[in-house]
Write a protein that binds this ligand. Sequence first.
Ligand code: SF4
Ligand code: SF4
Ligand code: SF4
Length: 775
Amino acid sequence: MSEKKEMKELVKELTKTQEEIRELIKAEIEWEPVGPTPMPGITDLRSWDMRLLKTYKPWYAPFCDLCCLCTYGKCDLTQDRRGACGIDIATQQARIVLLACLMGCSAHAAHAGHILEYLIDRHGPDKKIDMGTFIEVEAPNIRTVTGLKPETLADLKHAIEYVYKEIAHLLDSTHMGQEGSALDYESKALHASMLDHVGMEVADIAQIVGFNFPTSVADTPLVEMGWGSIDKSKPVILVVGHNPATSTVVVDYLRENNLEDKVEVCGICCTAIETTRYSDKAKVIGPLSRQLFFVRTGIADVIMTDEQCINTNMPEEASNVGSALIATLDKVMYGLEDASEMDTDEIIKRMTEKKEHFAILEPAKAAEVAAKVAMKLAPQRKKELLSEEEAKKLAEKCTDCGMCERVCPNLFSIGDGITEMAKGNFELMKGLFNLCIGCGKCEHECPQGVPIFRLMQAAASWETWKVRAGRGAVMDTEIRKVGAPITLGTIPGIIALVGCSNYPDIEDVAEMVDEFARRKYIVVLTGCAAMVAGMTKDKDGRTVYEKYPPDFDAGGVVNIGSCVSNAHISGAAIKIANIFASLPLRANYEVIADYVLNRVGACGVAWGAMSQKAASIGTGFNRLGVPVVLGPHSSKYRRLYLSRKEEDDWTVMDARKRELVDTGEPSPEHIAYVAETKEKAMIMIPKLCIRKNDTPQGRGIKLNHYISLYKKYTGGGLPEDLHLYIRRAADIPLVYRKEVMPYLEKIGWKPKEPVGLPTFIGTYPSKVPIDSVIH
Ligand code: SF4
Ligand code: SF4
Ligand code: SF4
């Protein structure tokens, strides 16, 4: 074929793809003009990524400097060595980050795809998407990324199929001998993680519509939490994982058979939150870190697993305590016999008499079996827990050899706790329990067979707490109310606590929520972080959910929902740009992300050890311009996005004056930052809410919090970078004026002009015209 003809064919192919996209997103329906990047491919937002990465440079902390991904290796990548494929250590780290983000994105996308198929089967493809009276922008991520305005469940399928296609291309790039640039791998990780927010949004919209979860309401019920809330005299069904396709059917079965008050349904991890969005009788045991502890109490008669973040040794764990196990999803089968087609009575007989576990992928059958097996097993099972005397005796087996401490990822002094317990002092073990992530390595390693988990259980509190049931999307009416104060800075910021939150201390998350809600930030939570926040009480016995209002407003504490509900947090930031600032969002990602980065004072916090899903959730926030503060464990993900505040380029375009302005102001200073301690996080979070767009009043309020938290957590003085954030004297908080003025004089501070309409657009090569940021 001649070169000219080839080119013609290629153009035809590309044009056809564009035509297909326009057809898929129903471009002819002009609810908004179609923006520049409908269903963007890997390179369509690359220039935006490169602009972000110019200021927020990837910083790598290699965890392992060998690569064993193919059989040319293992390749030693230390010093300046390259692998057999030519890859260097930075690019390898970026590739591993991309892989982690892809795992997270795929987990949510597959969840979305599964739940969507299930709900389409149940309600038909034409089931209308109705998010309630107060939500018109029903799918901000889907609209912004794809250009599609989904009206039915079938429309959501187009969005998730787009995500699947992109995942395949991105995963392809991780094969040996492909991408050779760390920055391009980072751009791909940002792409994967943006897609994650689309996948999560598909999943949660489908769930809200298909299961009738709460929507357009703030004060969802307060639900009981903690294993002390379980009535163990009743049959108990425990659901673990993230996908409510089966747990909701269990609730239906119990309702239809008048068993709701006779059988306890409780959950761990996000399935717990999802189930309480469906039934106010369901209970939350707690986050992922409580999984093995609760399973090992043997209180659950039946354990039902679905997907993501489930202990992979569950069949053995269940057998050890005489619980029955049903795996309900194809992703987690544990090698069990698939009984989906087997006669129900036969399954029940084999589960109760032969103590066999099964995979049952048909939700109605799994629900019936779970209820019947739980009712049959419960009267036969002893649910006795260790008495203090028994615990003391078992602790005496410990020889204080230190093996458990060596394998503990947190290096806890477990031996000391156990030797103290043998002397009758349970306090050390109690403290340990609150810090422990529940990985079980210590017990596995103990040469004396000390049942460390059961000892911690004996020391642990049987206290119960309250968590607010997840409420789903933020209402458009709430966005209208807070849009101006957030962008002007008078509401100092939105703090989003997301992720698994398993460490360093169960009380850290509640303390952060309390600190920022008291200071009138808007605090939103999802997933295990939302549960952990409810596991601490104040001196009056109240959790943060009882202490603060549930509204998306200054001083509100809002449980948005499960992991997939994170899309409603990114969605809220997008809605501020769209509803408050009237920026069109249809296929207009770059403009929206630029608005969020430069004008919406928001900061994510992912505290503690976390899954790959948290990596993609956080990186997705980063591409949208939301900084994220990570807990100490997160350095294990090997990559941060950090600026060097005094050296980096803080030039923006003033869109009104059409002038480049070097602001010298690092706001926000980083977009992915690890805080080694809670104290460091408490100082960084308010700083990362500062935006160039703040009014003097708003900046004064934000600096007030930054200074006072700095003083509180360092013991005094002024932050050494304070001068960078003071544009004029009017920015200085009144209460600190006397202290700040002499400091400014001493360092030779000079006032500078605030930027009217700060934007990155116009500072890098982009198809987006500068006019598009003016609203
Ligand atoms: S992918 Fe490259 S660096 Fe890794 S083992 Fe193969 S050749 Fe070596
Ligand atoms: S490994 Fe076992 S015996 Fe050794 S210190 Fe830990 S609990 Fe004690
Ligand atoms: S279960 Fe807890 S104490 Fe044991 S090794 Fe894991 S983190 Fe450490």
